[in-house]
Each structure stands twice: as structure tokens, then as C-alpha cells.
Design a protein around this ligand. Structure first.
Ligand SMILES: [Zn+2]
Length: 458
């Protein structure tokens, strides 16, 4: 039971997995657990045997001098295979550890000066699988719906529902689910998964059981706006030799389509979950570790990756396939405006300076206004006006404006009606805290509820 509970925590977006499946579905975690128990038990056997071996000396026990060589041989027969097995297990465990996330590239605790955008040039955005009809009318041979069979459920947005407290509530899908174009005789997808653009590998997660994303890869691409991420989830495997930090080019094979974790995605629903968007905070890793939560995917945890609609991104490409995230954000409708108090310019606007509007941030006027879309992506920010700061009063944050039509099925649930007024929900408070987190700011530690985030990655 304790192991099952721990497994539940490790499945960071796993609250949608039926409980009975977790122990099976995250089998790799259990295998890793058994692995460690076996090594520990082995040590208990090997150490006393080694001790006995070293003390079986004909000098010390002349009375049994004839039998010692036999006993040493017998002990050796046990010891050597156990030692070889231990060495093999340790080497295997060492090789299969998740690739560590590279250290944050540009964030220093004191840095408040927006750097230049990473690249002045647009980049070529390519389809991530051999499926090139993503902009056609959605059908089941292009996209993979959930078990509901509704094709909309494969698309981005509040396209799904989930059960919470006995109620069915809307749920947000932050990517698109692309169906395989080819399968082998056993029904396994054969589609290669391609890098959607030139860039570099930010993170590889080779363990299917560590996330609802299963085996996944995160790439970073230089965009005129700043660094844009793309994410490729539910892979069967990652391309051999690919490592964090490696450069990739558009169209390069980075893995094979799969259905990991297989406990929540049956083979028949194998697909690629594809996301494209902005990285919320390069200090997220520190914030997340303060919550003492596992698994630790560094800054490349899905909670820190705010996806836009990938189909809007592909539509925003020019005829030659060139792309900038700015074109997508310009056409993404705002769902609400939020005023909040900050002590530092958020890292988000340091990395995406083009999203900061109006006068530069002033530490002596530390109220800012965030414009946010229904998917939780911050579209722009600015210093609050005197009236907005007054509206904020002594509160840490307040909702200034809401487009109720857009929020009618707001699966992210960042804001909600409370006493007739729109306020941040507990999910929203966690979202805001991780967005604004700065190590030099004393920040209340909220209990983390990963289920409220991207729990529909499958
Ligand atoms: Zn998906």
C-alpha cells in the first residue's frame, strides 16, 4: 500500500489513472524499487559471505585445514555470481537514470534587465510525424480521440471532461494527439517522430512510468520571441544516442511513436501527444523542489510548460513554413486580466521581453497586470495603472476583467466565481506562484496538487 501511494505521487499527472492501474502501469517504478531491495538484500548475503571467506584461513584453523579449500570453493561459487550480478545491476541502473536537465541558461537571481531576444529570425516549423494533413478537417485517421471517440478530444482546449468529487467537469488538453499513419502486424505504430524545428534537446525522460507523458522529449527552439519549447510524449523509444544539450534539425528523427505509459493508453490508441509553447519560469525547478514533490523533471515538468494550440501554430506559418510564436499569441484571445503584486520582474518577461508592454518594470511600483488566455499562457504583461493598483488594495492579486464566454469551459480552472466575484482558484494560486517565484522573495509554500495541472496529457 505504501508503495502504491508512492507510485501515485510519482505519477505526476497521474490522478486520472485508475488506482488499480497505477501499480501495474508504473511497473518500472516497482521494478526499480525491487531492484534496490534486491541489491540491499544481496549486500546482506555478500558481506557476511565475504567475511567468512576472508576468515577461512588454514593458518587460523589448522584443525580443519583439509576442508577449508572446499569451503572456500563453495563460497566462491556463491560469491562470484552474486558479485557479477550486483555489478551488472548497478551498471544498468546507472545507465537508465533520467537524463538530467541542463542548468538554467540565463537566469541569475539579481538579473532584472531583459536580454535581447534569442533569435531575430523566424524558424521553420515542421510536422512532428509523417502525418502532413494536420490542418485538414479532423478525422480519426489524422487524430486519436480519447476512449469517448469524440474527435474533438484529440485537439487542444477544453475538449475533454474528467471526474472530480463525483462530478464531471471540463478538462483542458494542452496539445494535440496525432494518430499513427502505419502499424506493424501486431498493431504497433511505426511512425518516426521528428524534431519540429531546428533547436536543441532540453530534456529526455526515458522512463515510461515517471509521468503521464510516458517516455518524452522536450526540445527548445530559438524564436524571435524567446525560447519556445516543443514536447513529444508517449514515445515507444527515444532515438539512440540522443542526449540533453544535443543540437537537432527540423525533421530529424528523435524517437518512435508509442503508447507509454501503457497502463492508461492502450495500443489501439497509440499516438503522439505534441505540444508547443512557452516555458513559464526557469526557476521552477527550485520552486518545485521546495514543495518536496516527485518526480523531479527539473524545469521540464509539464506544469512549467504552457502550451498554445499547435494547430494555430501550424496555421500561423508562412507559405515557406517559417514561423514565430508572436504570430500565434497575437491571435490568441485573452480570457482574463489579473493584477498582482510582485517584488521582481518575473523571469517570464526577462526571457520573453516582447511580451512586456508599456513602461519598463519599476521596483517601486510593484503591481503588474497579466493578460492570460484560457489555456493559462500569459499573452502579455505591463505595469498596473494607479486605478488598477488601487483596485488591488492590500490583496496580493485580483481579477480585473474576464471574458466569460471563453471561460465557460475553462478546464485549467485558474479562476472561478466566488461570492459573485471572479478570483484565482487554488489551482490558479499555484500557477501564479510558480510563474512569479523568485528565490529572493519570501513566498508562502502552497500544497501542490499536480492533478490540477496538465492531467490530460494522454
Ligand atoms: Zn494528448
Amino acid at each position: 500500500m505504501a508503495l502504491a501511494r508512492r507510485t501515485k505521487r510519482w505519477a505526476d499527472k497521474g490522478t486520472k489513472i485508475p488506482f488499480s492501474h497505477r501499480e501495474v502501469g508504473n511497473g518500472r517504478i516497482i521494478v526499480i524499487g525491487c531492484h534496490k531491495i534486491f541489491l540491499a538484500a544481496n549486500a546482506f548475503v555478500v558481506l557476511p559471505m565475504s567475511f567468512s571467506f576472508s576468515h577461512l584461513s588454514p593458518v587460523r584453523r589448522p584443525d580443519i585445514v583439509d576442508t577449508v579449500p572446499d569451503r572456500r570453493r563453495r563460497l566462491l561459487l556463491w560469491l562470484l555470481p552474486l558479485l557479477v550480478l550486483d555489478v551488472w545491476l548497478v551498471r544498468r541502473w546507472w545507465r537508465r537514470r533520467p537524463t538530467p536537465a541542463p542548468a538554467p541558461a540565463s537566469v541569475s537571481d539579481a538579473d532584472e534587465t531583459p536580454p535581447s531576444p534569442a533569435s531575430p529570425r523566424r524558424w521553420r516549423l515542421a510536422f512532428p510525424t509523417p502525418q502532413t494533413r494536420l490542418l485538414d478537417e479532423p478525422t480519426e485517421d489524422i487524430f486519436m480521440p480519447t476512449a469517448s471517440g469524440r474527435i474533438e478530444s484529440a485537439l487542444y482546449g477544453s475538449t475533454r471532461t474528467r471526474e472530480s468529487g463525483g462530478r464531471i467537469i471540463p478538462s483542458f488538453h494542452e496539445g494535440i494527439d496525432i494518430a499513427p499513419t502505419m502499424r506493424d502486424r501486431r498493431g504497433r505504430p511505426l511512425d518516426p517522430v521528428f524534431a519540429a524545428g531546428d533547436g536543441r534537446v532540453a530534456y529526455l525522460q526515458p522512463h515510461a512510468g515517471n509521468s503521464n507523458y510516458g517516455i518524452y522529449v522536450v526540445l527548445l527552439h530559438d524564436d524571435p520571441l524567446g525560447e519556445v519549447y516543443t514536447l513529444y510524449a508517449h514515445l515507444d523509444r527515444i532515438a539512440p544516442g540522443l542526449s540533453a544539450g544535443d543540437p537537432v534539425v527540423a525533421g530529424q528523427e528523435i524517437g518512435r511513436m508509442g503508447h507509454t505509459p501503457s497502463s492508461i493508453i492502450p495500443l489501439v490508441r497509440a499516438h503522439l501527444h505534441f505540444e508547443i509553447g512557452l516555458v513559464r519560469n526557469l526557476r521552477f525547478e527550485r520552486w518545485y523542489r521546495m514543495q518536496r514533490e516527485k518526480p523531479d523533471h527539473g524545469n521540464w515538468h509539464g506544469m512549467n510548460l504552457d502550451g498554445v494550440n499547435p494547430l494555430a501554430a501550424f496555421s500561423a506559418r508562412s507559405d515557406d513554413g517559417m514561423f514565430s510564436m508572436a504570430n500565434v499569441l497575437e491571435t490568441t484571445p485573452a480570457a482574463f486580466e489579473l493584477a498582482c503584486r510582485v517584488q521582481h520582474l518575473p523571469d517570464y518577461f526577462i526571457r520573453y521581453p516582447g511580451l512586456w508592454q508599456g513602461p519598463l518594470f519599476e521596483a517601486d511600483r510593484p503591481a503588474i497586470v497579466l493578460t492570460v488566455c484560457a489555456g493559462g499562457v500569459v499573452l502579455r504583461g505591463r505595469t498596473a495603472s494607479a486605478e488598477e493598483a488601487n483596485a488591488l488594495g492590500a490583496q496580493p492579486h485580483c481579477v480585473l476583467a474576464v471574458d466569460e464566454n471563453l471561460l465557460s469551459r475553462n478546464g485549467r480552472g485558474l479562476i472561478g466565481r466566488n461570492g459573485g466575484a471572479w478570483r484565482l482558484t487554488s489551482n490558479g494560486e499555484q500557477w501564479l506562484e510558480s510563474l512569479l517565484f523568485h528565490p529572493n522573495t519570501l513566498s508562502p509554500t502552497l500544497s501542490l496538487a499536480p492533478s490540477h495541472y496538465k492531467n490530460n496529457a494522454q
